[in-house]
Design a protein around this ligand. Structure first.
Ligand code: FE2
Length: 392
């Protein structure tokens, strides 16, 4: 473990968080650009009056949409390349990217804003960690405005975009400190129409990020305080938001938890659940939030010994009625995660998602990467495979 009191921070420079914060979108976007490439992720939102409000608000601030791209899945190399191809050479050329949607839209927005000024005819694949040719961003990306419509990935606050690669099947990051969104508008009201299943899986992503950032071997006092603050109300609010999507307090707590989880993970790293989630997504097509949800209790049990006092600290924060030793509080916390997943109708058996037993070795190998390197203890591929066999 590193020293908790030695850290650097990279955070978005401007954030407006609040119920109704979308009313500030035109004004804030106009501070970074007036000809936007709009990346839109949510079909349902685009049919709502909230969307109309936002587009009218942009016009009122002389912000013009010069191109619009739709994305309804986690972005692939092809999605990024096609977006860049479509916009390159277009007149007027955008001076800013505005992404309104879940993690997929914001990640595509981040990658597009970087590649529009850097691709020079090259595929984004060349720039990806692990599978690329080592190509680096040399020019500043177009400024990005991020407006999350789910409360999950926290990508609105981070410096990387996760891109799916087909050969070999994997998810890799395009990463640069210059890719942190310049403006972030988090309006929890935009999440009230989320379906129950997305509320559950994106919310579990945020909670997993907060727990893994807190226990990461690269955690520091600042990121840990963000994690505890996000978990304090977020942990109990997910169930409430799942049952009653209109609940303003619960939606606000979840959006706040997601934002803080992004700020924390960008500055501390994650752990085993996220490492395996990337492989489950790439090899078996399981959505990111769902994969995180399935792997969270597995990771907690597996890291329990080395991170016991940290889990106990989380337990005392989110379960104020539970008292006892670190062991007892950690037991109660893990049981609570189990019961939360049951409440959200999320199975914790990999086979229930179509994962085949013969895919487990590939998943174990594919789990290695940036996320796993933050795990509070090193895990060899063989051990990881055994862990996966147990939860298959
Ligand atoms: Fe995540």
């Amino acid at each position: 473990m590193n020293s908790l009191m030695d850290f650097q921070l990279l955070l978005p420079p401007r954030v407006h968080f609040g119920w109704g914060a979308r009313k500030d979108l035109g004004h804030l976007t106009a501070t970074v650009g007036h000809r936007i490439c709009l990346i839109a992720g949510s079909r349902a939102l685009q049919k709502s009056t909230l969307w109309e409000e936002m587009t009218t608000n942009l016009k009122e601030h002389q912000v013009e949409v010069v191109s619009q791209v739709e994305i309804h899945r986690e972005p692939t190399v092809e999605d990024v390349d096609e977006t860049v191809r479509e916009i390159t050479g277009r007149k007027p050329f955008p001076d800013c990217v505005l992404a309104i949607g879940g993690g997929a839209a914001i990640d595509l927005g981040k990658a597009a804003s970087a590649m529009l000024t850097n691709s020079k005819g090259r595929s984004v694949r060349e720039f990806l960690e692990g599978v690329g040719t080592g190509a680096q961003l040399e020019e500043a990306p177009l400024p990005l405005v991020a407006v999350p419509t789910t409360s999950g990935t926290g990508t609105e606050a981070t410096k990387n975009a996760v891109i799916s690669v087909s050969e070999p099947a994997c998810k890799k990051s395009l990463r640069s400190e210059q890719m942190v969104p310049r403006v972030v508008v988090v309006d929890p009201e935009l999440t009230v129409s989320l379906p129950q299943s997305t509320t559950a899986t994106s919310g579990m992503d945020a909670l997993t990020q907060l727990i893994e950032s807190y226990t990461s071997c690269r955690a520091n006092v600042f990121t840990q305080s963000l994690c505890l603050d996000g978990l304090r109300d977020g942990f109990s609010s997910l169930e409430v938001a799942y049952r009653d999507g209109q609940n303003r307090e619960a939606r606000t707590a979840m959006s706040y938890a997601a934002l803080l989880s992004g700020m924390a993970l960008a500055n501390s790293g994650l752990g085993m659940a996220h490492g395996v989630a990337a492989a489950l997504g790439a090899v078996c097509g399981i959505s990111h939030g769902l994969a995180c949800a399935v792997m969270l209790p597995v990771a907690m049990r597996s890291n329990r010994k080395v991170a016991l006092s940290r889990y106990a600290h989380i337990g005392r924060t989110v379960l104020p009625d539970v008292t006892g030793t670190d062991d007892e509080v950690t037991d109660a916390l893990i049981k609570r995660v189990d019961s939360l997943l049951a409440e959200l109708s999320i199975s914790t058996r990999l086979r229930d998602y179509g994962v085949r037993e013969d895919q487990l070795p590939e998943i174990a190998i594919g789990s290695r990467g940036n996320s796993l390197s933050g795990n509070p203890r090193p895990i060899e591929t063989e051990e990881l495979q055994k862990i996966l066999e147990k939860c298959w």
